[in-house]
Design a protein. Sequence first.
Length: 95
Amino acid sequence: MFQEKDENRASYYEKRGYCYQKKGEINKAIKDFQSAVNMEPRTKHFWLVLCRALMESENFDDAKDGRYSFRTMYQFFEAYFRIYRHLMTLLTFSY
């Protein structure tokens, strides 16, 4: 994936994180997703991709040692269930 280097945008780190994730470099991906979250903490999508990467890495100690607070996990689950409900609405067929 090619993109212009713009380290002042959270989306730059998100996209680079996806590239690292696809290459199997999950720790680099997590670092970039954290950068995106730090730049735009109100963007729930960035929390979602960060939490997914953390789950993929199976490094749950980060949550235990306080690096990711309850607020982080709450935002993840809130975003996840909002997406889930939306998908279920789209997939529900009326006969």
